[in-house]
Design a protein around this ligand. Structure first.
Ligand code: GLA
Ligand code: ZN
Length: 675
């Protein structure tokens, strides 16, 4: 079964906007979709204004016709609620629905994803429409899922948000004294005596733009809480629509399309309210295959390593990057299988037919402006459709056999990047990717986990830049290592609690006992400056931040070689119970992370899923249909893989014996089942 309702096939399709086209075109679209093996369409993503022309009128006739059309043509529907952009009349009549930005400017009607999450109007009309859609289409057996709104995100600093923020704080802290303690308002005399003295921390308040153009804050506590609050506010909007559709269709699963490492929403919290995760994958041409793989793993990890839906990707090209490079032949197929290899149970595009006006008219589509099937893109889409029709169902619900995990935490991300000092070069996501890349290059599968997830399933847990250690988390880590786990923390870890208040008594705060070290100072090196250390017979750079470490039970595995702290430890290991806790006190190069991770895996008995030449990814999914090996050639050269066992090729049926070679074309993919 897939994430979608009662589905045993791998669904394949995408966003379809027939409302932009005359009805003659619809029939042609049906014919072309069948030819491309498309079996699902996402409908009604931006139709609010069409469905509700004024306060009291709703008109569903056109949508009825579209719903009938796709049902008659055997298509499944991912039915959107249309609330990702409000109607112009609503903005004019109810200006509370408009957002106010961080400069304090109230916006006019325009754009999309533009509703204030605390607007009474939005909170009334959005769920009302969702409920009406559910009531009207509840008996359509071909509805595979609800798609609430679209790519929730952005910010609002309006008066309604400000008021709701005070209520949120009251609920969280109870007393104003506790707010003062957690926001550390004794600094600069910011003490609050009454709740309504608290204002949203925008650029008119605690925020400012620094010399590098970044928005920073003078009070991390309030800014962190405002992020949490906005994420929660939008989640409440999602929940209102969720409840509205569930009233009529309790059995239809509900999702909304996420954006992987999107900085503004705590997706780990969101996923607990979603029936399944779906996300939109738009890698920039310069993004590494590891980065995209990480995004898939992050999405799979949101809700306990469950499969997800690849809700959108472009079949060929985007319109919104500075240079919208075409996906080369084979690239779309390769990226689609990479998604499947990492847990996708459906593959979908934005969009089926290319629009002729507004900003997305040059965005790729299955059917482009020529309207023909004899295009490169259409052929590639059809080929992939045929393949997924043949083999896709086998992978559904397949699990990733990961024995190592990376901890990822949105609160920590926000805290690291709001931090004033020690270095603007400290980037949470980049640090996570340093470690992820090492595992990816070695074909060792990883799970991305949250602080709520259990650690026991893993032999290695890495917490890059674990700056914020939430109350009690240190106990979880200690118990894990005590029972034999391997834990890795990086530089600038264990510094603050969940309010961004420093844990005094020496860094890394509550992790000191576990790591067996004391970090006395942190040296932030500007771009181009390096220290160095040796590890496994090679010299590696130390840059971004160098922690000056004293041993307090741990053993040094590497020492700084330059500057006044030459001879001090940079890399340490502490034996703790039956396990080990490592501390990597700086940022280094790719080679270091790979050697380091490789050694950890050897010690923990974790083996790569397969050996491959450079640039070829090997990933595995397992379920009751078997163990599936995906070989993905991310390079533009032919590559040869020597197989480590007997396999069956799922597309051409060929049987390979152990030690036999298989050749992957450039950007080529091979789908194998272990025999
Ligand atoms: C997003 C949106 C789509 C579309 C695409 C274009 O993912 O959800 O509506 O705008 O981007 O790349
Ligand atoms: Zn608002």
């Amino acid at each position: 079964m897939s994430c979608y309702r009662k589905e045993t096939n791998m669904l394949y399709g995408g966003d379809y906007n027939p409302e932009q086209w005359p009805e003659e075109v619809w029939q042609e679209d049906m014919r072309l979709m069948a030819q491309a093996h498309i079996n699902i369409v996402t409908l009604n993503v931006f139709s609010w204004a069409a469905l509700q022309p004024d306060e009291d009128t709703y008109q569903f006739e056109k949508l009825d016709a579209i719903m009938e059309l796709v049902r008659a043509n055997g298509l499944k529907v991912c039915l959107a609620t249309s609330t990702g952009a409000h109607p112009a009349w609503m903005a004019k009549r109810h200006p509370d629905i408009l957002r106010t930005d961080q400069h304090g400017r109230k916006h006019k009607f325009g754009g999309r994803h533009n509703s204030c999450p605390n607007s009474p109007t939005y909170r009334q009309y959005a769920p009302k429409l969702a409920g009406m859609l559910a009531q009207r289409y509840q008996n359509y057996e071909n509805i595979a899922a609800w798609h609430i709104s679209n790519e929730f995100g952005g910010e609002c600093y309006c008066e309604n948000c400000e008021k709701a923020f005070r209520v949120w704080l009251q609920k969280k802290y109870g007393t104003i004294e506790e707010v003062n303690r957690c926001f550390y308002t004794s600094f600069w005399g910011h003490t609050f005596y009454d709740w309504d003295e608290i204002v949203a921390p925008d650029l008119l308040s605690e925020h400012f733009i620094d010399g590098t153009g970044r928005e920073r804050t003078m009070f991390q506590g309030i800014s962190l809480d405002y992020r949490r609050f906005l994420s929660d506010s939008m989640l409440e909007c999602f929940r209102l629509e969720y409840d509205a559709v569930k009233q009529f269709t309790p059995d239809i699963p509900v999702t909304t399309n996420l954006m992987a490492a999107y900085p503004l929403l705590d997706y780990q919290k969101w996923a607990r309210s979603m029936d399944f995760v779906s996300w939109d994958n738009y890698p920039a041409p310069q993004d590494s295959p590891a980065r995209t793989a990480f995004c898939h793993d992050l999405m799979r990890g949101l809700d306990g390593q469950k499969p997800f839906v690849l809700m959108e990707q472009t079949p060929s090209v985007t319109n919104w990057q500075p240079y919208n490079r075409l996906k080369r032949p084979g690239e779309m197929r390769l990226q689609s299988y990479q998604a499947v290899a990492h847990g996708a149970d459906a593959v979908q595009f934005f969009q089926i037919r290319r629009s002729i006006g507004a900003c997305e008219k040059y965005h790729g589509a299955v059917i482009d402006h020529a309207g023909r099937a004899d295009t490169r893109v259409f052929r590639e889409v059809s080929q992939l459709g045929a393949e997924l029709e043949k083999a896709g169902g086998l992978f559904l619900e397949g699990k990733t056999p990961a024995k190592a995990a990376i901890l990822f935490d949105w609160d920590n991300w926000w805290a690291v990047e709001y931090s004033a000092g020690p270095s603007i070069r400290m980037k949470y996501l980049d640090t996570v990717l340093d470690y992820y890349q090492a595992a990816f290059s070695l074909n060792v599968p990883l799970d991305i986990i949250s602080v709520e997830d259990p650690l026991e399933p893993y032999q290695i847990v890495i917490a890059p830049l674990l700056y914020m250690v939430k109350s009690g988390y240190e106990e979880k880590l200690k118990a894990y290592v005590k029972h034999g786990g391997t834990f890795v923390a990086s530089y600038f870890s264990g510094i603050v609690d969940e309010h961004d208040l420093v844990d005094s008594g020496g860094y890394p705060g509550r992790l000191r006992g576990l790591l067996g070290i004391w970090v006395e100072e942190n040296d932030a090196l500007p771009e181009g400056e390096y220290n160095a250390f040796s590890y496994c017979g090679r010299r590696h750079p130390a840059d971004i931040l160098c922690d000056l470490i004293h041993l307090d039970g741990a053993e040094a595995l590497g020492l700084y070689e330059e500057d006044f702290y030459a001879g001090m430890p940079v890399l340490t290991v502490n034996a703790y119970g039956d396990g080990k806790a490592y501390y990597v006190g700086t940022h280094s190069d790719e080679e270091f992370y790979q050697t380091f991770f490789d050694r950890l895996c050897t010690q923990a008995g974790i083996r790569p899923v397969h050996q491959t030449p450079f640039g070829v990814e090997a990933s595995v999914r397992e379920n009751e249909n078997g163990t599936f090996l995906f070989l993905l050639n991310h390079t533009t050269d032919k590559k040869t893989v020597v197989l480590d066992g007997s396999y069956e090729d799922l597309l051409d049926g060929r049987i390979y014996q152990c030690q036999e070679e298989t050749v992957l074309e450039k950007k080529g993919v091979q789908l194998l089942r272990k025999i």
